[in-house]
Design a binder for this molecule. Structure first.
Ligand code: DLL
Length: 444
């Protein structure tokens, strides 16, 4: 373990640190961030009302829109001159969300991602290929900080330039790799096209995150690469990668850096906390951050928590893998479904490769979906490149049936030829939403 004292602390000890961190954070934001002061006043809370973590529910929530509304620096609790780094999250529309870090924040962040690397099975003697994008995105530099804090060696490749990545992987034979799971799949595919066996790289572990992925995707990555595939989670508004990560021993939930964050799971409709083990929206409060402390940040990510013991000996609470985001959830004829749940079904079929996109469409007053998925080269050869072939119709029916029986939804299936779905170099674009355009079309 990188920080054994913290990672194996008793729950009582941890709660004591958390309460101290919460009190400090609430005082700091009340004093230095007018936005929080106003919100606290509106909610009728004063800093002295917060005595321990059990008082957290009296505090108001923060949402992404609050960061946007105070763009770029309105939520900083330190003067701009004290910043050591800026990152930004890619806004789908409009301005990005700016996040800032002091030197101390960067130190803590490095420790958290170093913990994640050790939890994945890494050590200071390792060579680690980092294919997360370097830049405003927190993935590249976030993991890089952890590799350095650990004392391992970083290969700071960043995303893209896939053939060069493969050359470096073959020649440098790193122990670990960091990438989005979808980019790792693209790397594997390219290696195979180049006649290189992915397992021959000799990787031991992969640290995959930044987007939802399924157990079936894990199996695929582990089998192809001969590695342990580890899930890492984080978000820029809260920190970046390292908020939580799985251990290679358990691979059963992501250990949360609870000395730095207080986590809650709420029902996104009622905003009430849910029981341990129940799925809901993750909410994080920072306990040690200086530049951008954050109070009860509603992530939009759906997961559940457990404090049950883990085989690795860590005592920190674990979250399940993130099912998806509240805004990515489909409601098709009354059934709620996340793209990652559809992924599980698609990846089980040997005729398909793990490249898919889900198109959300409006049919009258109902939402519908069209799933575009790619067939593998072998199947494509079998049908002589004819996607109107009888076998293709049979395959489409089988996929639709599987989705119906597993996810309880009826969707249209479109099979694409190999290479037909755009490849990602970072986060995959899994969802294409046509609903607004359709509505605009109607309005015109
Ligand atoms: O994606 C930080 C990160 C970088 C995490 C590298 C892991 C590895 P953002 O760009 O701000 O930050 O996006 C955050 O991505 O709210 C989730 O919806 C999603 N996400 C991140 N990690 C996971 C994961 C980075 N392991 C948003 N599983 C979050 C599922 C994830 N979704």
């Amino acid at each position: 373990m990188f920080s054994p004292q913290v990672e194996t602390a008793s729950r009582e000890e941890l709660h004591k640190w958390q309460s101290e961190g919460l009190i400090r954070t609430v005082e700091a934001v009340y004093k230095h961030v007018p936005f929080y002061r106003d919100r606290f006043v509106e909610a009728g809370v004063q800093p002295h009302d917060i005595q321990s973590i059990s008082d957290i529910t009296t505090l108001p929530f923060t949402k992404k829109q609050d960061l946007r509304d105070h763009y770029p620096f309105g939520l900083l609790a330190v003067p701009k001159q004290k910043l050591a780094r800026i990152h930004a999250s890619s806004g789908t529309s409009g301005k990005p969300t700016i996040v800032g870090y002091t030197k101390k924040d960067l130190k803590h962040w490095g420790e958290m991602t170093a913990r994640a690397i050790v939890a994945a099975g890494g050590s200071e003697s390792d060579l680690i290929h980092n294919a997360y994008g370097y830049g405003l995105f927190t993935g590249g530099l976030g993991l890089h900080g952890g590799i350095e804090a650990l004392g391992a060696a970083a290969i700071p490749v960043s995303g893209g330039n896939t053939e060069r990545q493969i050359l470096l992987l073959q020649d440098l034979q790193p122990d670990g790799i960091c990438a989005t799971p979808s980019y790792m799949i693209s790397l594997i595919e390219k290696m195979e096209q180049m006649g290189c066996s992915p397992a021959s790289i000799g990787l031991k572990y992969g640290i995959f995150g930044a987007e939802p992925w399924s157990e079936e995707m894990r199996t695929k990555l582990e089998q192809k690469l001969g590695i342990k595939a580890i899930d890492i989670y984080g978000l820029s508004e809260v920190l970046g990668p390292g908020v939580s990560a799985e251990c290679h021993q358990g691979q059963n939930g992501l250990h949360i850096a609870e000395d730095h964050f207080l986590v809650e799971v709420i029902n996104p409709e009622t905003l009430e906390p849910v029981e341990e083990g129940t799925f809901g929206e993750l909410v994080f409060t920072s306990l040690t951050k200086e530049a951008l402390p954050i109070i009860r940040y509603r992530t939009g990510d759906i997961a559940a928590l457990t404090t049950a013991p883990c085989s690795c000996g860590r005592t920190t609470a674990r979250m399940t893998r993130v099912k998806g985001r509240t805004d990515d959830m489909f409601i098709i004829r009354g059934v709620n479904v996340f793209p990652s749940e559809m992924e599980r079904v698609l990846l089980e079929m040997e005729e398909l490769v793990p490249h898919y996109q889900i198109h959300r469409i409006q049919q009258g007053s109902m939402e519908a979906a069209r799933v575009h998925v790619e067939v593998c080269e072998q199947f494509y050869q079998q049908v002589n490149g004819d996607l109107m072939h009888d076998h293709v119709h049979v395959l489409k029916k089988t996929i639709a049936k599987q989705l119906k029986s597993t996810c309880l939804i009826s969707v249209e299936i479109v099979l694409e030829k190999p290479g037909g779905i755009p490849r990602s170099e970072g986060k995959a674009i899994r969802i294409i939403d046509h609903r607004h355009k359709q509505q605009e079309g109607v309005a015109k």
